[in-house]
Design a protein around this ligand. Structure first.
Ligand SMILES: C[S@@+](CC[C@H](N)C(=O)[O-])C[C@H]1O[C@@H](n2cnc3c(N)ncnc32)[C@H](O)[C@@H]1O
Length: 253
């Protein structure tokens, strides 16, 4: 039976919800995710209060956001993912909804976060235009998305997305230039675009898939080392090509 992309995402994330909870249950993996979340949260402007996490999934980002900026709202299309959020971040405001049909008034938020959800929709400019409307003419969009500037990463991702049932073949990453252009088409000005995650991502990003790393002595220490190394490499023009993700900060024009 023909499925819309939204239906396919809901089905796929039903299976992924328990996997995410398992993945984040290992301290070395959590350390990596917390560093990534900290990088994104550091761009919240002072005084911002009304914050939306679009595609909040199982709520691990939302929990850290809530600790620093209480009162955030999480939205996700997958009820299964939100059920984990509800247990992990008790009391937080959660909305089941589609980012392509946002159920909020225009200008309802000062900050919109989007960690890894843009590449799950097919109309990227439409998604970003909804983000802009949710912000009104002000505020800030803070995103992190898979980046495919490196041809090897592009090839490996395409292969993995094709072979694994944990990905949809249409969920491709972006080039730096491509994602900036999408933001501009939706009426944003990109004020920061920086790569994130090289060795730490590979080492600590998937303990659910690479089981042996869960038992490796010193995995937490190694993750710290890789986080420091990645930070240096991502700041160097040539080496930043190795980054698996891109963090974008954009303001409505
Ligand atoms: C890769 S997960 C990221 C989850 C979370 N932000 C994190 O970093 O752990 C992508 C999330 O986007 C959600 N998603 C996919 N399409 C969506 C849509 N159209 N509207 C809202 N959420 C969507 C999925 O259900 C999933 O929870």
């Amino acid at each position: 039976m023909a499925q819309t992309n939204a239906q396919a995402q809901i089905e796929m994330h039903k299976e992924l919800a328990p996997r995410y909870a398992f993945r984040y249950s290992f301290p070395f993996s959590r350390r990596f995710q917390q560093d990534w979340h900290g990088e994104m949260i550091s761009h919240v402007p002072s005084g911002a209060q009304r914050i939306l996490d679009l595609g909040c999934g199982t709520g691990f980002f939302l929990a850290e956001l809530e600790a620093k900026h209480p009162g955030a709202v999480g939205l996700d299309i997958s009820h299964a993912m939100l059920k984990v959020s509800d247990e992990y971040v008790p009391g937080v405001r959660l909305v089941t909804g589609d980012a392509e049909k946002l159920p909020f008034q225009p200008a309802a938020f000062d900050v919109v976060f989007c960690k890894g959800s843009l590449h799950h929709v097919r109309d990227h400019v439409g998604f970003l235009t909804h983000c802009k409307n949710a912000l009104g003419g002000k505020g800030v969009l803070i995103m992190s998305e898979p980046c495919n500037d490196n041809p090897f990463i592009r090839w490996a991702r395409a292969l993995m997305y094709k072979k694994s049932k944990h990905f949809d073949v249409g969920d491709q990453g972006f080039s730096k230039r491509g994602i900036i252009s999408l933001c501009e088409q939706a009426g944003f000005e990109v004020v920061l675009a920086k790569k994130y995650g090289i060795f730490a991502y590979v080492f600590a990003g998937f303990p659910d898939h690479v089981g042996i790393l869960r038992y490796l002595p010193g995995n937490d220490l190694l993750t710290r080392f890789f986080l420091g190394l990645d930070r240096v490499l991502c700041a160097l023009p040539g080496f930043s090509l190795l980054g698996f993700h891109i963090v974008i900060v954009a303001r409505p024009r």
